[in-house]
Design a protein. Structure first.
Length: 161
């Protein structure tokens, strides 16, 4: 078996950028709809807390120095979406916080209501580490069933490290 030659076209970066645009479009539709999620949709968004452009309270940065997951479901406000990222208000242990998250910092986007998910490599950091579960205040939601990963898109074109 022969190894594929290195591409002079950065396909993996192009595809990841396009899939991050999916996240932006979905969040933009929620913003345009008055910040209310349709039906039972809700989102788990995982991002690198140390990525350029990320702005979160110091107490959260100290607790999650690498990566954290937020939940957009019932208790969020002031969702604003731009071409580069989004900002949103959430509560953590009943303390309100405003988060600014560039799309380039996102490593996962999941909508468990419809068994849909995307996984990314952080644009600034290709190291993957285990992180804690989502911490913002939200009601417990029942699992959507066994997660066989059938609707999760993982992009890895065998980038040499």
């Amino acid at each position: 078996m022969t190894e594929a030659p290195d591409s002079l076209i950065p396909y993996d970066e192009i595809v990841q950028e396009a899939l991050r645009a999916v996240v932006g479009r979905v969040l933009g539709q929620v913003e345009a709809g008055g910040g209310t999620l349709p039906g039972s949709h809700h989102f788990y968004i995982t991002f690198k807390t140390s990525a350029p452009g990320v702005s979160i309270p110091t107490r959260l940065k100290e607790r999650f120095p690498d990566e954290m997951t937020i939940v957009l479901q019932n208790k969020f406000w002031d969702l604003k979406v731009t071409d580069e990222g989004f900002s949103v208000g959430l509560t953590f242990n009943q303390v309100p916080a405003m988060l600014i998250i560039p799309f380039s910092a996102i490593t996962a986007f999941v909508d468990p209501a419809v068994d849909f998910g995307l996984q990314f490599q952080a644009a600034h950091d290709l190291d993957e580490e285990i992180h804690e579960d989502a911490e913002n205040d939200s009601p417990d939601t029942p699992s959507a069933g066994p997660d066989d990963g059938s609707n999760v898109v993982t992009i890895d074109f065998g980038r040499k490290k």
